[in-house]
Design a protein around this ligand. Sequence first.
Ligand SMILES: Nc1ncnc2c1ncn2[C@@H]1O[C@H](COP(=O)(O)OP(=O)(O)OP(=O)(O)O)[C@@H](O)[C@H]1O
Length: 640
Amino acid sequence: MANSLLAARTPPARLREARRRFLDTGDVGDDDVAPALTRSWRRSRDFGLAPVGRFSGAPHASAAQLARALEQQQEFVAHARPVMEFLFDQTRDTDNMVILADAQGMLLHALGDADFVDRAQRVALRPGASWHEQWRGTNAIGTALAEGAPVVVHGSEHYLERNAFLTCTAAPIADPAGRLLGVLDISGDQRGYHRHTLALVRSAARIIEHRLFDTRHAAGLRLRLHAQREGLGTVTEGLLALSEDGWVIGANGVARAMLALTPGSIGRSTLERVLPLDLQTLAGWSRSPDAVHELRREDGSVLWLRVEGGRGVPAPRPPVAPPPAVDDALAPLDTGDAAMQAAIGRARRVLDKPIALLLQGESGVGKELFARAVHKSGARRDAPFVAVNCAALPENLIEAELFGYRPGAFTGAAREGAPGRIREAHGGTLFLDEIGDMPTALQTRLLRVLQEREVTPLGGGRPQAVDFRLICATHHDLRAAIEAGRFREDLYYRLNGLALQLPPLRRRSDQPALVAGMLQELLPGRAVRLASDVALAFGRHRWPGNLRQLHNALATACALLDDDEHEIGWAHLSDDLAEDLRERPPAREAADDAVDLRSQSERTVRQVLQACAGNLSEAARRLGISRNTLYRKMRELRLR
Ligand SMILES: Nc1ncnc2c1ncn2[C@@H]1O[C@H](COP(=O)(O)OP(=O)(O)OP(=O)(O)O)[C@@H](O)[C@H]1O
């Protein structure tokens, strides 16, 4: 349902009165004001924004930052552009702009009527500007993101008075795994408001979601669903993608609503769980892709569906050709999860460039494996890959291990000396794991090596030139370590040419594919799979040890499997894992999200405080919050 914040529902005089009362007392005092509008005004107030008077400013991406954002969201923007052009054609000469923003509210692309663009420029409706509510208060882009639903924000519903000349309509766009990608918006002069704009923007957002879905799942088994037979093939149909063994691996917004799927359940639910249909029947239906089938659900309602793709059925041509498959050492790590795909795509772009990579992620997510794959995919692949775990070595040995030593440099040193791991990596890649655990004295030496590209062994001697690609990994928050004085800030910037975040297993949408890959590697040539109840329990589990834990669990199960067995059941699992799996973790997603939000907020506050060299008034201004709110946040985050 759209959250219409429309003034049309609240007469202008009542809205003005409600706004005045809200600004005076913090309460709208009018039941006719849409709850979504009240929520958004409250958020705007809590961000410390001043509704009238001088605009306190908002971040604007540099040309390079915008180019990087566009590159990262290439697929999203490519699918949105033609739809935006169509929309622009529909609204041409009506003083309007069509705008695409990312999930943080940054404008990525805009098309507009020249006359209106001039006025819009003054409020920064141009690519690179941020329209997150944090900076601009109630506005269609920021509010659609905050509410996760289509909205119209008209005239003085905007929190900032300077935006009251606008009428804006926006709808969020999600990827096939249900993750928010951004927002499509039409903004224009409020005098030209047209009630049909909301329907137009919602349909356009759905078309973009459809295009993304069809491209992402072009080669797989797809279901088109609708409550009415005639609805199939329209933008109101539900779309579901299935893996060959029956896991739901994608669903558009309509299908998610229809089947009560949360984004977190994609990759973790089987076909049988969401529809009264088994895989065998479906496989039969997929042989006649034009046939329409009727399905009666448990509650008596009827769904019509069409099955496309899958084995033996040629998939229809995708509307836009998917990017060519790359056959490098990183390719096997791409088993379909969007966050992994993004990390792999970004790593590929810097493969042979002198840019240090910083891999971040929980223990066991595969950081070292990723680093090895980066090395093997680049031009240095035949030179050494040298891995040093900074946490595993005693402090007094790391120095000798890394930098090498001359004969007799210290008691217990090898007689002939040692070149050190850094020199061993010459020509190849140096991988420093757990870099956050490196003692500060050694951080200074490492920084010097990185700056001067030469190493001086312990015990003296001539510096030796070294040339290596640097990849570091950590599961610590290095920014927090900098704040705490445990990590050198200058070194951090040297290591962090490009930071890549590898997702924890519980957040990955490709668990079935990962399991299948690991089983193939553990028992090559044997078609072993998980029993369906074990697979479901795996899908629900938190996996605190991530891929390492999953791999160990499967290795144990394979060892316990008889030669003639093909299914891993409860009996093949270690007792403690089976016990953990049987316990359903309560409200896991919500708890995770709360932690994520907290760390995101912590990061932003830290960054801004750092950028303002501790000047709290300036930091509060840049964060768009009052000094008191900043004090409170700092206390909550234990920053003071
Ligand atoms: N894509 C994958 N396919 C199969 N197994 C994997 C994959 N990624 C990781 N693993 C398994 O997980 C183990 C841990 O991976 P890795 O050492 O790369 O993680 P890490 O993030 O560097 O861990 P830590 O932070 O503890 O050093 C590997 O030994 C391997 O068994």
